[in-house]
Design a protein around this ligand. Structure first.
Ligand code: BTN
Length: 266
């Protein structure tokens, strides 16, 4: 059933922010972009109980059924140079992990570069960073999809092996109050934002490193321009993936899908 009571009255922790709650939208990120272009302040959040055209990275669809997850998009307006925008993915990933951990005690929670939050090795959340300009000022819309109460059979068949939810990672499988998760998520996003914004998110990647399940592995990264293979050694300060192969250090990669693994020494 589509209901918005669970999210109503939740406040944005940003001083000028507010939270707009919808029963259903094509995409919260499209709505947030519309608001940002109209001058909405930093900290504006759009939440929908369901999305009919939820978007993931690289043109993929994001399954966003009613009653089960947190589908939200946040507008921020940090002072960053264009090449520094990916730092925001590190910031958001850290916040999502830290907000989610208390709800799944005992499970392993990590981040698969660039933007997948994994719980017990399966994807529970993803972030979509989109940037734009309004009134000469840049803005970013950070879209977050967090699977909260899905049970395995709720996921479309092709996702079932790779996707999970916070609830599915609980030993007893009890449902989780999405309002509590949304509040924890916004609180954590704000806390880390407030700490990182003055230094242009320089520390975001350092915060991310301990959660990474990508570093130290042999990986194949498939991007729009082709694939590269090597050992994932580190992140650049802007959050690009730095690798090496038998011939030396590889050009840092800014996006793509990590498709292969195997533990190696860093
Ligand atoms: C990914 O892992 O590919 C990113 C998924 C991002 C999904 C969220 S759900 C809220 C926001 N609205 C969208 O259409 N997409 C993002």
């Amino acid at each position: 059933m589509v209901s918005v009571a669970w999210a109503e009255g939740v406040a944005s922790p940003w001083p000028e922010g507010r939270v707009e709650v919808h029963r259903s939208l094509p995409s919260t990120s499209d709505r947030a972009r519309e608001l940002a272009l109209a001058g909405a302040p930093e900290g504006t959040v759009v939440v929908a109980d369901a999305q009919t055209a939820g978007r993931g990275r690289r043109g993929r669809a994001w399954s966003s059924p009613a009653g089960q997850g947190i589908w939200c998009s946040l507008i921020v307006r940090p002072l960053l140079d264009p090449e520094q925008w990916p730092r925001l993915v590190a910031w958001a990933s850290v916040a999502v992990v830290q907000a989610g951990v208390p709800f799944v005690s005992g499970a392993s929670v990590g981040v698969k570069w660039p933007n997948d939050v994994l719980v017990d090795g399966r994807k529970a959340a993803g972030m979509l960073l989109e940037v734009g300009r309004s009134g000469g000022m840049p803005f970013a819309v950070v879209g977050i999809g967090l699977n909260v109460n899905q049970e395995p059979h709720h996921f479309p068949a092709p996702l079932r092996e790779r996707a999970t939810s916070l609830r599915a990672a609980r030993p007893g499988g009890e449902p989780i109050d999405r309002r509590q998760v949304l509040k924890a998520l916004l609180h954590r996003l704000w806390t880390v934002y407030e700490e990182e914004a003055p230094t242009r998110f320089q520390g975001a990647v350092d915060r991310l490193r301990p959660y990474s399940v990508t570093l130290g592995r042999r990986v194949r990264v498939e991007g729009d321009g082709g694939a590269v293979e090597g050992v994932a050694v580190d992140f650049t300060p802007d959050g690009l993936l730095q690798g090496r192969d038998g011939r030396g250090v590889l050009q840092p990669v800014s996006s793509g899908d990590v498709v292969a693994a195997g533990r190696e020494d860093r």
